[in-house]
Design a protein around this ligand. Structure first.
Ligand code: AMP
Ligand code: ZN
Length: 139
């Protein structure tokens, strides 16, 4: 049994498990999340099994995300929403439960009571400069 055999999103891609498939092309597909944060919560998924963004090439990433703009517009319009969040949980530490890359598209409305519990805080002294260096030196 390989990862791909058991993987829930690979199984949906192969048609072994039913889903509400909103979109499909050669490289990606989009389904309604069965446990939505809000109605219309959608997952855009590459067909190729990969757990992390680090595991696909830049071309594969581009193909996967090609339908994103059209999908977001359809979701916002179709659900009568005003905006949306894009969320990619990459790694268990980031809340990834299904180890097959996927992008959450969550339609939003003013005062919709959705709360991601973010607690932004300013950098301590010198930390911003250090962090900037650590990241920019790798790009
Ligand atoms: P994550 O925490 O980013 O790995 O999110 C995985 C998401 O997949 C969750 O929001 C689940 O509700 C969703 N999910 C799991 N199984 C299915 C399924 N069979 N069809 C649609 N969505 C699913
Ligand atoms: Zn998979």
């Amino acid at each position: 049994m390989t990862e791909k055999t058991n993987c829930i999103f690979c199984r949906i891609a192969r048609g072994e498990i039913t889903s509400s498939k909103l979109y499909e092309d050669e490289t990606s597909f989009a389904i309604l999340d069965t446990n939505p944060i809000r109605p219309g919560h959608t997952l855009l998924i590459p067909k190729k099994h990969a757990a992390s963004l680090a595991d696909i090439s830049a071309d594969e990433q581009a193909n996967w995300l090609k339908p994103l703009k059209k999908l977001c517009a359809a979701i916002v319009e179709g659900t009568g929403s005003e905006g949306f969040n894009l969320i990619l949980n990459d790694g268990r530490c980031a809340g990834q439960v299904v180890p097959h890359l996927h992008l959450h598209i969550i339609p939003r409305q003013t005062n919709d009571q959705v709360d991601f519990n973010w607690a932004p805080q300013p950098y301590p002294p010198d930390q911003l400069k250090k962090t900037f260096q650590q990241i920019s030196s790798r790009l």
